[in-house]
Design a protein. Sequence first.
Length: 177
Amino acid sequence: MQLTLLRHAPLPRAYHGRYNGWSDIPIDPLLFDHQKLEALKEEHFDLIYSSDLIRCTQTIELLFDGRLKPYPTKALREVRFREEIEGKSFEEVEGLASFNPAYLHNEMSWHGYICEENQEAFYKRLRDFLESLPEDKNILICSHGGAIKAILHLLGEPAVSLGYLESVSIGTPRNII
């Protein structure tokens, strides 16, 4: 199996640097850089999956000029943030009465504070999706930064932080952790 993981196109600038999680925010077509995706346009994919949130489905539609449609799935969504965190910037989160700087000491405590969905449930959701993929296909997945990092972790690959419209390809992924 060949997997290409693509982070969705940019949101309007007002949403940059925020915990957008499950908010269904459309992309900003003016920030869509077609040149970043020229190589992906030329590649043949047997299957295309995306998060069901509009920023991912719109990215695929723009990438392939509406010719190819993804299979949208809730399984590829970003982690679900707590309601009081969703849509806020880090600075706004720091100003919340519930914020404690001790949460920043490790990833698990930070995740536990900002997320409604615990890390185990998030990983299980992504693991179940990955295990359902056919072995002999070239697959494009359009998702979110945190979900892509988690997928890479589950596949035993080095973590990378992808910017908007950046991708990483993995040939014959290792066993899923």
